[in-house]
Design a protein around this ligand. Structure first.
Ligand SMILES: NC(=O)C1=CN([C@@H]2O[C@H](COP(=O)(O)OP(=O)(O)OC[C@H]3O[C@@H](n4cnc5c(N)ncnc54)[C@H](O)[C@@H]3O)[C@@H](O)[C@H]2O)C=CC1
Ligand SMILES: O=C(O)[C@H]1O[C@H](OP(=O)(O)OP(=O)(O)OC[C@H]2O[C@@H](n3ccc(=O)[nH]c3=O)[C@H](O)[C@@H]2O)[C@H](O)[C@@H](O)[C@@H]1O
Length: 429
């Protein structure tokens, strides 16, 4: 099948490379010329395991990139993989989606045969039919249903395991208005749907849009609940990890997403939970539990710093922050809890020395005044205390020999030789 993918970021690039790998002919349409040149040179514009090989294999043949939307006319299906960021008030900002839909609609004006536009970006219920479709219709001059169809196909991949998550998903969701449209998507995804373990959900467009938000809201709330239980465990002097490991043995709960500590960050959970809260309010519903999910999450970095302050007077103290990425395996620092920890430490007068194996250069522009080390041990040298903000595997079995005071507060439950420390505190254990 001939497929165009608008937006070549984490999702668009991964989907493009994987669909090319499955045998489709794919073209990425992207405004960033560097990304276009990188893909056409056979290289990956982002770091994801298994991505570079796939782009190298297919670039120039089944995978191409361009800045020109006219390329959509050579394709049967277009996926919109554009950013759907958070506006200043927390609500969903659709400006980029609207601009992309306009360009796509204009390009489709010159197309003779039928075209399917699939929204893959995370958007609130109603966006595909009430925002994207009317723009496509107005710009192309073709009524929806008479040459252009729309569908919604949310994406559940995680950063760091994007390729594997796309090719081996738990579920694939098609939100369509007709079985003909669903059939096109079934054909496109057929190798993925045929594998054992992939559930196919076929539903209406509005439900597909909401499934994505409900999924992320559930996972974020699960971590916040685990963190609340963890805080209670800590108050009782109990180990939350032992407690929740046992709880997770209940099939109805599952042992996954049970790691308590500093909480959730990243480019998706925060913006998606906030968009759903704002959307729910707009619909006249007060999302109290989702509000609490965010409040508990926002409290964890402050709790970590308060715990450290119990052992180290922070004013003028040299404090090592280990880990800056929002989770291990990525250099993404968007809404990383580590940044809240740094803010809280500097607000209390501490001198921060930070280390991360890959994310330092992403933090430096916004935090030019803190110190950066080129190894964990370098950050720990002469430190009066340290905190773990990201559970990078390389932080297991650290040596604390160089610390001025061997105080470690762990926000992520790394493997530590507690006997090598003067003070070891876990955030929830
Ligand atoms: N990053 C992730 O792990 C996941 C993201 N999502 C959702 O997928 C959507 C895309 O997210 P990401 O790929 O992370 O975003 P991203 O920011 O990594 O990539 C978006 C790309 O679109 C390009 N772009 C912006 N305006 C454009 C335009 N008018 N025409 C063509 N290209 C344009 C940007 O230059 C950028 O390369 C969002 O709705 C996000 O919530 C869903 C699941 C996972
Ligand atoms: O919509 C999205 O973009 C994606 O958001 C998340 O993926 P991602 O943000 O890449 O990262 P996760 O692995 O889900 O972790 C999110 C945050 O939760 C934290 N977390 C996760 C699990 C856990 O047990 N405890 C915990 O604190 C992580 O440290 C991280 O900060 C979802 O897992 C994906 O399914 C979804 O597609």
């Amino acid at each position: 099948m001939h497929v165009s993918i608008v937006g070549s970021g984490y999702v668009g690039t991964t989907v493009a490379a994987c669909l090319a790998d499955l045998g489709h002919d794919v073209i990425n349409i992207e405004v960033d010329e560097d990304i276009v040149a990188t893909i056409n040179a056979g290289e990956a514009p982002i770091h994801e395991s298994g991505l570079a090989e796939r782009i190298a294999d297919h670039a120039g043949t089944r995978l191409r990139a361009t800045t020109n939307y006219d390329a959509v006319r050579e394709t049967d299906v277009t996926f919109l993989c554009l950013p759907t960021p958070q506006a200043d008030d927390g609500s969903l900002d659709l400006a980029i989606m609207e601009a992309g839909a306009e360009s796509l609609g204009r390009a489709l004006a010159g197309k003779d045969d039928d075209h399917l536009v699939v929204v893959k970006s995370t958007v609130l219920p109603g966006t595909t039919e009430d925002v994207v479709a009317p723009i496509l219709e107005a710009e192309s001059g073709t009524p929806i249903g008479e040459g252009i169809e729309v569908a919604m196909n949310p994406e559940f991949l995680r950063m760091g395991t994007a390729v594997q998550d796309f090719l081996e998903p738990d579920k694939v969701v098609f939100g369509t208005a007709s079985d003909e449209t669903a059939a096109i998507l079934r054909e496109l995804y057929s190798p993925i749907l045929e594998r054992d373990g992939t559930d196919l959900v076929e539903t209406d467009i509005r439900e597909a849009e909401l499934i994505k938000y409900a999924n992320n809201a559930f996972l974020a709330s699960k971590v916040s609940l685990v963190n609340e239980l963890g805080n209670v465990a800590k108050a009782y002097g109990a180990d939350a990890y032992e407690v929740l490991e046992a709880v997770g043995l209940d099939d109805r709960i599952s042992e996954r997403f049970m790691r308590s500590g500093l909480g959730w960050g990243g480019s998706c959970f925060p913006k998606d939970v906030n968009a759903l809260r704002a959307g729910a309010r707009e619909q006249g519903y007060e999302p109290e539990l989702l509000d609490a999910t965010v409040a508990v999450n926002d409290g964890q970095p402050r709790r970590l710093v308060a715990l450290l302050a119990d052992h180290v007077p922070l004013e003028g103290a040299r404090i090592a922050v280990l880990g800056l990425a929002f989770k291990p395996g990525t250099d993404d620092i968007r809404k990383s809890r580590a940044l809240d920890v740094i803010d809280a430490l500097t607000a209390r007068g501490a001198d921060v020395v930070a280390y991360d194996p890959v994310a330092i250069e992403n933090v430096r522009p916004d935090y030019p005044d803190i110190e950066y080390a080129d190894s964990a041990e370098g950050a720990l040298a002469d430190a009066d205390g340290a905190v773990v903000a990201t559970d990078w595997p390389e932080f297991d079995d650290l040596s604390f020999d160089g610390m001025a005071r061997k105080v470690l507060v762990d926000g992520r439950r790394i493997d530590v030789d507690e006997d090598a420390l003067e003070v070891y505190e876990g955030l929830t254990w």
